[in-house]
Design a binder for this molecule. Sequence first.
Ligand code: NAD
Length: 354
Amino acid sequence: MIEILLLPGDGVGPEVVEQAMIVLDAVKSKYSLEYTISEGMIGGQAIDATGKPLPQETLKKVQASDVIILGSVGGPKWDALPSDIRPEKGLLELRKGSDLFANLRPVKCWPQLLEQSPFKNHVVEGVDILIVRELIGGAYFGKKGTSHEGESTAAFDTIEYNDMQIRRIIKKAMDIAGTRRNRITSVDKANVLETSRLWRKIAEEEALNYPKITLNHLYVDNCAMQLCLNPAQFDIIVTENMFGDILSDQASVLGASLGMLPSASIGEGIALYEPIHGSAPDIAGQNKANPLAAILSVAMMLDISFNHRQAAEDVEKAVENVLIAGLRTADIWTKGLGLVGTREMGKAIAEQIK
Ligand code: NAD
């Protein structure tokens, strides 16, 4: 029995998680899946209720779970809070505390959405990239501080990686590459950063253990450019935390909308599935958010945590069929197609699955 913990969070989070659960329920009936569901608080809603972005009660629930499905955290209401009690801090603590070191972000260009991409069709056609981002090291977790001297203020953040942290993410990427097209691009800034030089050395060492995998290296600035020029060249991109954060948002544009992109964060134990978008305060509470990223995150959960490829494919196929049928939320809509809201999109996918 798999124990699922829902952390819907803030803004559009609860709206898209609700639809993801309706879809999961449809899959459950079809394949007799066995799981339990509980719910907890994180982010701004948790700060409002308890003063903390990741309350003790939620942590207890995390420890009793196998899988977390998260919506999103944050919003303008909490923007002025100090950094140690901001909503995003709850998510960082959750990732770190659960040792979720590998963040998997597939970026796929759906043929039905080619027209919505800001790129020319021939650039994005056939794009199918997996970004493997190290999630619990680097600048977001290194020593940081602010100091004042007279009129002047200084601040610093530290990027630190050790060989073990690098090796395990590179190995994870290599293992996954064997199930895809056997190509890995390791992204760093080895011309200027010490951490990147260590990163590159370890990537080279590990590649010796995977003779079928082709490894190449790119500097992060060049990778950003190549993602616009010729994104179809990439199979897997593996990189450190901050580079991965930025490159995956950049790559998300290839897939037409942030609202289309799921993610999985995995370690040795519990796994966390979430859409890559944030709480989208500009459209929250209006039934406008695209729930497909959250729904496709459920597909990743079915594949990875339930080890049920067939059920995962069913969800992916249902998304494809609904797109072929012309249903679109506002972020992926163009003239002539059926504009639907969050709830209608979720319902359509669930019906496809049934
Ligand atoms: P965002 O992802 O919330 O929104 C960026 C843009 O994309 C907005 O125009 C929004 O309307 C649109 N968008 C996002 N998700 C969408 C969806 N499902 N359907 C349709 N349109 C969608 O990023 P932001 O505006 O930079 O951040 C808003 C808040 O979210 C901030 O507080 C930020 O810290 C937080 N955030 C949280 C996470 C997370 O929970 N993992 C990730 C990123 C940002």
